[in-house]
Design a protein around this ligand. Sequence first.
Ligand code: PGA
Length: 251
Amino acid sequence: MRRKVIAGNWKMNNDLKETQNLISKLTSGLSMDNLNCDVIVCPAFTSLSEAHTLLKDTKIKLGAQNMYFETSGAFTGEISDSMLKSVGCEYVIIGHSERRTIFGETDELINNKIKKANLSALKPIFCVGELLEEREAGITEKVIEKQIRSGLMDISSEEMSNIIIAYEPVWAIGTGKTASPEQADEVHKFIRSLIYDKYGASISENVIIQYGGSVNNKNAKELLSKKDIDGALVGGASLKSDAFIEIILAA
Ligand code: PGA
């Protein structure tokens, strides 16, 4: 039985004070002893250190939204795995569709980042998902297969057991349009079959595959009831403590 994982991707929202407020509402609103799922929050880089301090005695884990694959050096504006580790991150989102589409990240770059994150034991939340025109053209599986195969190139079985996959159809992100639970579950099953082909039964049965794209407190329960949907990567609704807590409780 896979334990569900709910992650909040706060994107480019919340300054330091707003981060402190949101964390304080989450920690006071959740009963840590009765949490039946893993919870991760991914604030902006500038708030990670403070978030780590505030979350220290709670069960909420910390993640970052991106990283670069080099160790250090002349990469203005970038951040490394060891920097993220040093402020308490355990997870890092890699290959989010906004990174792919707005910042031009390629499958190869994403693969390098996943490899580097693994080296420092940061757990990647590796995002994949098709565009609306790709779904309409009937090539969703082809697109997902390419993203999965390229992103996981040269990733060992041992490394794979640290990786969470997030299926986020791009047309559902921030649009209010969610994939139906059936549509999502179908792609999740397909992703699990790709992991089975490459890594075998045990890893494919244990890999966490989150759904992301307009998850909210109204639709979370039904999505999370599907057999192959092991959690959610939540954007907009994770910025509102009440809605995010409801999603966590639905898991
Ligand atoms: P959304 O974002 O929940 O606002 O659609 C999800 C994501 O981009 O991870």
